[in-house]
Design a protein around this ligand. Structure first.
Ligand SMILES: [Zn+2]
Length: 207
């Protein structure tokens, strides 16, 4: 194969197989792409393909949450400390839309902590040298990070009450149902019936 054809083929393949570009094209109202070179677009996900589905799910929820007159812009999507970071900016959002968006993105970030960044199967955190990663057993590198029993899937999650965002709380994440769940009192150091807590959650928020 001539060199030029080979180069063009590689460029074509890169554009075909890049799920990140497909994501940006699928949600132009969220990413607001401009022209060609979408791999340089702000919001181009800088993370592994194992998180493609959870990002697709989050974007679908966000898009369905915003209505006419409201706007949303992805600022940055990246991996940090083994989990997803999804930064965004909204415009003229109703309280209902904001609540849905905050919850959708919090769920995606929580899901990334138990989803292999490489393949999308169930995963857990590992420490590979000085880097934290989330991997399944097949793609694991380094050593498993020791997790506190009962707090393995603890996250700071939005409190949505009557469709409105009411601050944050410390919750668990259930991968099977893709929902936030209450943590067991034992895990939080709460003696049931005493009404007192011997400790707060690791992030310092009472639950
Ligand atoms: Zn994997």
């Amino acid at each position: 194969m001539p060199a030029l054809v080979r180069i063009l083929f590689k460029i074509w393949m890169a554009s075909v197989v890049d799920w990140r570009i497909d994501l940006i094209k699928a949600y132009p109202n969220l990413f607001h792409p401009r022209g060609a070179g979408l791999e340089k677009a702000r919001g181009y996900p800088v993370c592994g393909g194992g998180w493609r589905d959870l990002l697709n799910s989050a974007c679908a929820k966000v898009e369905s949450a915003i209505t006419e007159g409201e706007s949303f812009k992805v600022l940055q999507i990246k991996e940090r400390l083994g989990t997803l970071r999804f930064y965004w900016r909204g415009g003229n959002l109703s309280t209902e839309a904001e609540a849905k968006i905050v919850e959708a993105i919090a769920l995606a970030e929580a899901r990334s902590s138990v989803t292999c960044e490489q393949c999308g199967e169930e995963g857990r955190p590992y420490r590979a040298g000085r880097v934290l990663i989330t991997r399944c057993t097949v793609h694991a590198k380094g050593q498993p990070v020791e997790l506190t029993p009962g707090l393995e899937n603890a996250h700071i999650a939005p409190r949505i009450v009557d469709g409105q965002f009411r601050g944050i709380s410390c919750c668990g994440y259930d991968r099977a149902t893709d929902t936030f769940i209450d943590l067991l009192p034992d895990a939080l150091g709460i003696e049931v019936g005493s009404g007192r807590s011997s400790s707060t959650c690791e992030a310092g928020y009472g639950c």
